[in-house]
Design a protein around this ligand. Structure first.
Ligand SMILES: C[S@@+](CC[C@H](N)C(=O)[O-])C[C@H]1O[C@@H](n2cnc3c(N)ncnc32)[C@H](O)[C@@H]1O
Length: 483
């Protein structure tokens, strides 16, 4: 028994280490990839090729004029570069373009085929990627064979290509602007029309330019905000600053086929939880009752109601509560969802406690679920179940299934979260629960979901002290969350 537990702990430690090592490697590999591209194309002579390369080392030449720019001047990015080209008879043009797909220019807004100045009627120029083709010997066997079969000369011509801001990727613009050698990663999450970023200190000087670039390069984004790295507010929403675009924070998103609307600056929403919402909702069935203690704007509650469950959804944030009600109407489930604006503990000791006895006496096939997604604190709320009910536990009805979320920075996160949940419940959950890894929220910080059947020893214990509804909430920890 002990050995089995040790083995499973070892396996989990291995899994954690493996996933951390993989993440580290993929980051190193990504940066190596970028460096290798730069190295390859900055060499003056291409080894093995008969002629000297005729091209710019990179498609977009970094120009000093835009370096350090803080207010976006799109015109300043216009430049002319020289790219290789093949003269191709119009009669075989389509076939040749198809055969050279891998080495021709692939850029949004940049033509792959242009007029040939000299003999415009019979020939066209097929523009090639200077990263791939520096000389005739750069063509692969198959490409060279295709050229021969269509009687197209492999002689390379130079073409002066005008590149504008519109042809550049956001990373290229930012690499050109931000101080050399600094990280230009411009990752963002998208919530409806809002792109939210998490800029590093060195990027803050350029924040408005970065926002504008992100908006320009991502159709549908009309507002870019920067958020602070941590959320320490009770309501789990971020402080944010508009960097570019309209100041409209009311977003509309679709998750797993359900539409939600909410003020992103005042409620919690995380687009990375959609799989988790779906996973838990799939564990509920028609006729079940779901108590969502920290419901937010409804991403568990509404789909569960749409699947035929009766839902009691609660959130302490009055704004979340308002949008939750709005979303119930929007998705036509207001008849199946009763919403509450209470502290989680008061919700468990109030509405949940009142309804539970009748549910446990009712249809034995109708399950009861309690969802607790407030990972920084939810385990501390588990003691609210101690001594919640009196009398005899039902013999023919399953006790409620709890889905409780927790963060862990421990080497063995599942052991850590289960131990904390057990302490809060006053009952050992080890070997009586299922732990699901949700996601890695920050380096060395995981989010997990512990699922267990509420033990009768907890629900029906005669611990009068903990059973009191007057009991103060446990001391708040400082919550941190990165998305
Ligand atoms: C991490 S969010 C999860 C929201 C939603 N369930 C989801 O998956 O997107 C936690 C929610 O708990 C609410 N909350 C924070 N403290 C609370 C408390 N003491 N009682 C009830 N709700 C609380 C916040 O307002 C927030 O909406």
């Amino acid at each position: 028994m002990v050995e089995r537990k040790n083995n499973s702990m070892l396996r989990e430690r291995e899994r954690t280490l493996q996933s951390r090592t993989q993440r580290l490697f993929s980051r190193v590999f990504e940066s190596l990839e970028v460096k290798s591209v730069i190295r390859i194309f900055s060499s003056d002579v291409c080894p093995g090729s008969a002629v000297k390369p005729i091209m710019e080392p990179k498609l977009y030449r970094l120009c000093p004029e835009v370096r350090g720019m803080t207010s976006l001047d799109r015109e300043a990015f216009t430049q002319t570069i020289t790219v290789p080209a093949l003269r191709v008879p119009t009669a075989v043009l389509n076939k040749v373009v198809k055969s050279l797909k891998k080495c021709s220019i692939q850029r949004p807004g940049v033509p792959r085929v242009v007029q040939d100045q000299e003999e415009s009627s019979q020939f066209r120029l097929v523009l090639l990627d200077p990263h791939r083709v520096t000389a005739a010997s750069s063509f692969s066997e198959a490409e060279a064979e295709a050229l021969r079969s269509f009687s197209v000369s492999d002689e390379l011509h130079r073409y002066e290509l005008r590149l504008t801001y519109d042809n550049l990727k956001s990373e290229e613009v930012l690499e050109a602007v931000l101080p050399q050698g600094q990280d230009v990663t411009s990752g963002f999450s998208r919530v409806g029309h809002i792109a939210h970023m998490n800029l590093r200190d060195h990027q803050l000087t350029y924040k408005n330019l970065i926002g504008q670039v992100i908006m320009d390069k991502n159709p549908g984004v009309t507002c870019v905000v920067n958020k602070t790295n941590t959320i320490d507010s009770t309501y789990r929403n971020f402080k944010m600053e508009v960097l570019a675009g309209e100041e409209n924070m009311v977003a509309k998103v679709k998750e797993n086929g359900v539409v939600y609307e909410f003020d992103f600056s005042r409620v919690y929403w995380n687009p990375r939880l959609s799989t988790e919402h779906q996973r838990v909702v799939q564990l509920t069935k028609r006729g079940d009752t779901v108590f969502d203690v920290f419901a937010g704007v409804g991403p568990f509650a509404i789909p569960a109601a749409r699947g035929g469950a009766k839902v009691r959804a609660n959130d302490l944030n009055p704004e979340s509560y308002r949008w939750l009600q709005h979303n119930c109407k929007l998705n036509k489930v207001e008849g199946q969802v009763r919403s509450f604006n209470l502290d989680g503990r008061a919700f468990i000791r109030g509405p949940l406690k009142q309804e539970l006895p009748a549910l446990l006496k009712g249809d034995a096939n109708a399950g009861v679920h309690v969802v607790m997604n407030l990972p920084a604190l939810a385990v501390d709320f588990l003691d609210a179940f101690r001594g919640l009910l009196h009398g005899e536990p039902p013999s023919d009805h399953d006790l409620p299934t709890v889905h409780c979320y927790g963060f862990s920075k421990d080497d063995v996160p599942s052991t850590d979260v289960v131990a904390r949940a057990s302490r809060s419940l006053g009952f050992a959950l080890e070997n009586r629960c299922n732990v699901h890894f949700v996601r890695n929220v920050a380096p060395n910080k995981d989010m997990l979901c512990v699922r267990f059947t509420l033990p009768k020893e907890v629900l029906y214990c005669s611990d009068e002290q903990t059973a009191s509804s007057e009991e103060p909430a446990p001391k708040r920890q400082k919550c941190e969350e990165t998305t």
